[in-house]
Design a protein around this ligand. Structure first.
Ligand code: PMP
Length: 454
């Protein structure tokens, strides 16, 4: 590639490529950064400029880019077996991975259904719940509940258990008729509580929905503890404990979507571990392969599995497939990730850095007069821009201030992709304190440029 280094990559990109989640016209002013190589938390573009990837490339990169151990595992696998059909056939890497995952998932989860991206894992989870009830004498349970600000992916089923925001609303006629329960909002708590002193008073919204709809409901899907795409909204483990209890009482299945929260992001292996609860189904992806290759798994209990296990003629099988299910390269990467967790003090180091980061962000970021809150769980630290710190009055969304901060941060070499007016760090778990310090300094510089303090 090096002989083509000086060719106009940005222009060639825009000639043919339609980028995800973007108004393509924005690229007229800010063309895509074309990345040539990466190492650790750093990306290097075709012009040699470097960027600190503080968002783990959409929350998936777990142990740095081009991690030598994961690279080696993928290289070894590719010379053995790149892919094989997963129906009727299997492969060593997938079997070893299922065994490794079985040791770390919340108690009671036992069976691993492989898919190839997060949304696909959610679709499989929804279909499994629907079919489970159909095959266990409850064909009336056909609906789904979800939390109002949730996000579970972009395919139609996954989208329809997400929040009906500006972008999803237009597809409403295509969607399932789900029950949207008002989600916890700890930053602007309607009950005047804080995360530290509340009893999850907001759970009454779930109780109301269950009282009305539980009998017709197959499952409720939640992002445990952290509603990522809603702006890194964090809620207490007690909410999950109450929800588990309510699901048990009413026969509604609980789906924990750990696609963003899984694999150490919240300081424990899974967010459910903070609440010491087990869901009936868990979806995992992103960090699963260290952010290397697209793969997801829908994990279920034995009880769910058993409801599908019968003679062929009974027609109870889960007839759902994806071409790249169980892909050996992705499994090899995921096995290397598990090996790193087992052999390195990942959680211990991340916990030390998380504590330090909270303090430094409080000093450097929360001190800004337009930052309303720095909220955090594990190494994830988010800050929300507000027009008025006391009243938490948001800025007019049309000003796109989060996007402006992102642009300024980029110019300084920090990749800080916004969610509206929420900006966040969600770095690889092995990021160093000096790197975090650089990120804080650059974020503060960008903030001051966009919102100069008096
Ligand atoms: N669920 C959650 C909680 C997510 O954060 C995401 C992706 N951000 C998805 C599902 C969808 O995953 P994918 O983008 O791989 O389809």
């Amino acid at each position: 590639m090096s002989d083509r280094k000086n060719e106009n990559w940005e222009q060639r990109d825009l000639e043919y490529i339609w980028h995800p989640a973007a108004q393509m016209k924005d690229y007229e002013e800010l063309p895509p950064m074309v990345i040539a190589r990466a190492r650790g938390a750093w990306l290097y573009d075709v012009h040699g400029k470097k960027y600190l990837d503080i968002i783990s490339s959409w929350w998936c990169n777990l142990f740095g880019h081009c991690n030598p151990e994961i690279n080696q595992a993928v290289k070894e696998q590719i010379d053995k077996l790149e892919h094989v059909i997963f129906a009727n056939f299997s492969n060593e890497a997938a079997i070893e991975l299922a065994e490794a995952l079985a040791r770390i998932v919340p108690k009671g989860l036992k069976k691993f259904h492989f898919n190839d991206n997060g949304s696909a894992a959610v679709e499989a989870a929804l279909k499994l719940c629907f079919q489970y009830h159909l095959q266990t004498g409850h064909p009336e349970r056909q609906r789904f509940m979800c939390l109002s600000e949730g996000y579970h992916g972009e395919t139609i089923g996954a989208l329809s258990v997400g929040s009906l925001d500006l972008y999803a609303r237009m597809y409403q006629p295509m969607m399932m008729d789900n029950i949207h329960v008002e989600a916890p909002d700890c930053f602007r708590c309607p009950y005047g509580k804080t995360r530290e002193n509340c009893q999850c008073e907001c759970f009454c919204k779930a109780e109301e929905a269950f009282a009305k709809h539980a009998k017709e409901t197959a499952a409720i899907i939640v992002e445990p503890l952290l509603q990522g795409s809603a702006g890194m909204r964090i809620y207490p483990p007690l909410y999950l404990q109450k929800l588990r209890r309510l699901c048990d009482e009413t026969g509604v299945l609980l789906i924990a979507d750990e696609i963003a929260t899984g694999f150490g992001r919240t300081g424990r292996m899974f967010a459910c571990d903070h609440a010491a609860i087990s869901p009936d189904i868990m979806t995992i992806s992103k960090g699963l392969t260290g952010g290397y290759l697209p793969m997801s798994v829908t994990v279920t209990t034995q009880a769910i599995y058993d409801a599908f296990y019968a003679d062929y003629s009974e027609g109870k099988a889960f007839v759902h497939s994806h071409t790249y299910a169980g892909n050996p390269l992705a499994c090899a990467a995921a096995l290397a990730v598990q090996h790193i967790f087992r052999t390195r003090p990942i959680f211990e180091n991340a916990a030390v850095n998380a504590k330090w980061l909270t303090q430094r962000m409080t000093e450097e970021i929360l001190s800004h007069s337009n930052v309303g809150e720095v909220r955090h769980i594990g190494l994830i630290h988010a800050f929300e821009l507000v027009a008025d710190k006391k009243t938490k009055q948001p800025f007019d969304a049309k000003k796109r201030l989060g996007y402006e901060v992102y642009r300024h941060a980029l110019a300084h070499g920090l990749l800080l992709r916004p969610i509206g007016d929420v900006l966040y760090f969600n770095p690889p778990l092995n990021i160093t304190q000096p790197e975090l310090d650089t990120a804080i300094r650059l974020a503060r510089t960008a903030l001051d440029e966009v919102l100069p303090t008096a």
